[in-house]
Ligand binder design. Structure first.
Ligand code: DAH
Length: 357
């Protein structure tokens, strides 16, 4: 029995001396583990007579219980200590200056295209797309601009290498070829809006070789000029957020529409500045017209039963007018200071009911 008392003393001392949980666990295994000292003592019981066994058994078990509670008390103390140490070393200095936050901004062109799309989506238009490398046929011929047509000269076209049939693909000079693609691949009714990139070999203060347009096309039975006018008046007033914005339709010419009209909005240039919505002056903002019967025929439609209207607008110009951006070239300068000034918070969702207008 001296042995067992000695073990008790030793383990209680070890438990007291434990400075961390890992060491305490070693003590626990040495004392109470399967191959530990207490188990070894218990295994000796088998060799004793029943009186001895009863006495020794009780003693060993009471020591076992004593060690178990000593271990768990010590464990609580050490765990608390470990937590305290962790809290001490992981202290946060709330007086430190914060890291500068880098806020990404949405480019005004992306924003303007989203705004235009949102307005037309609300009117039931869906978004259509086409490739930026187009066939001559889609970009020109099917739109009633044959090779000798003078309108071709106005589109300072970027031509690509001819293919094996001698056809020269082009970088699309406008979004109008998506009209052809859509009419040839679907059937009426059609109500699409086409925001996208376009290219012309033109570079000065008011022209960039890459720019953006938004095309619109509506095709169906009995579509007439009244639909065109109402749609575009509504668009202009919503886009600029001016219910009374004067909108004028001025006769014009485009090969793919007949009749054609350019759309002007009322503005005031008094005093050098430009104020949209009031005054005697007019500002052209988009082209439009009834789809030319030849274009309908080129797409396999019968102009006697199917009509439509189309329109196209320059996104840069609309963005400049709405957001007071004076120089077109700055859109593509990738100047972060400019973007911070003219850009939009990305999570400002564009929508008719969320402060778009
Ligand atoms: N494609 C014309 C351009 O780039 C814009 C345009 C005018 C598109 C009239 C149309 C339209 O759909 O009907 O200048």
């Amino acid at each position: 029995m001296a042995d067992i008392d000695h073990l008790r003393e030793k383990f209680l001392k070890d438990i007291k001396a434990a400075r961390d949980l890992a060491y305490l666990n070693e003590v626990k295994v040495a004392a109470l583990g399967k191959k530990g000292a207490v188990s070894a003592e218990l295994s000796k019981l088998g060799q004793m007579n029943s009186d001895e066994r009863k006495e020794a058994g009780q003693l060993i078990n009471s020591i076992k219980q004593e060690l178990i509670s000593a271990l768990s008390e010590r464990q609580i103390v050490l765990a608390r200590q470990a937590l305290q140490e962790k809290l001490n070393t992981e202290k946060i200095d709330v007086s430190l200056p914060s890291r500068p936050s880098v806020q990404a901004k949405m480019h005004p062109i992306s924003r303007t295209m989203e705004e235009i799309s949102a307005i037309f989506s609300d009117m039931g238009f869906v978004i259509a797309e086409g490739p930026e490398i187009e066939t001559d046929e889609n970009n020109f011929t099917a739109l009633n601009i044959p090779p000798e047509h003078p309108a071709r000269q106005e589109h300072d076209t970027f031509y690509l290498q001819p293919d094996e049939y001698g056809e020269r693909p082009v970088l699309r000079t406008h979004t109008s070829p998506v009209q052809i693609r859509t009419m040839r691949s679907t059937s009426p009714p059609i109500r699409i809006i086409v925001p996208g990139r376009t290219y012309r070999s033109d570079h000065d203060a008011t022209h960039s070789p890459m720019f953006h347009q938004c095309e619109g096309l509506v095709i169906g039975p009995n579509i007439h000029m009244g639909h065109l006018k109402a749609t575009l008046i509504d668009f202009c007033r919503t886009f600029f957020g001016l219910d009374e914005l004067p909108v004028r339709f001025r006769p014009s010419y485009f090969p793919f529409t007949e009749p054609s009209a350019e759309v002007d909005i009322g503005c005031n240039r008094d005093g050098g500045g430009l104020k949209i919505g009031a005054g005697e002056d007019w500002l052209e903002i988009l082209g439009s017209g009834m789809v030319n019967p030849r274009v309908l025929e080129n797409c396999g439609y019968d102009p006697a039963t199917t009509q439509g209207f189309a329109f196209g607008m320059g996104v840069e110009r609309l963005a400049m007018l709405k957001y007071g951006i004076p120089d077109l070239r700055t859109f593509y300068d990738t100047d972060l200071r400019w973007l911070h000034h003219y850009g939009f918070m990305p999570h400002d969702v564009v929508g008719l009911h969320t402060g778009l207008v």
